[in-house]
Design a binder for this molecule. Structure first.
Ligand SMILES: [Zn+2]
Length: 94
């Protein structure tokens, strides 16, 4: 897939007032068993943590559990094509 064919992955974060974050996802880490490698393979990922161009991980200045969880998603919580794009674009565990 070439650069021009890439459609950006919109940040899935929604603010309390209901508007979506305008950021673009630029980094993702998939958590799961690493089986001796540095990162989990796609089929082993149980949860993703995302970073966006506007607010990074949306965790806020003061570390809290709820802040940490704001940008963590189970694979089935992501929009249908998002997980494919994370891996196709080399964003996930890159
Ligand atoms: Zn965002």
């Amino acid at each position: 897939m070439s650069e021009v064919e890439r459609t950006p992955i919109p940040c899935p974060f929604t603010y309390a007032k209901g508007h979506r974050c305008p950021g673009i996802i630029y980094r993702a880490v998939g958590y799961g068993p690493k089986r001796g490698r540095n990162f989990a393979a796609r089929e082993d990922v149980r949860k993703y943590r995302l970073w966006c161009s506007e607010k990074d991980d949306h965790a806020g200045a003061v570390p809290t559990i709820s802040g940490k969880l704001r940008m963590e998603f189970y694979p089935d919580q992501l929009a249908p094509d998002v997980e494919d794009k994370l891996w196709d674009y080399g964003i996930a565990n890159g």
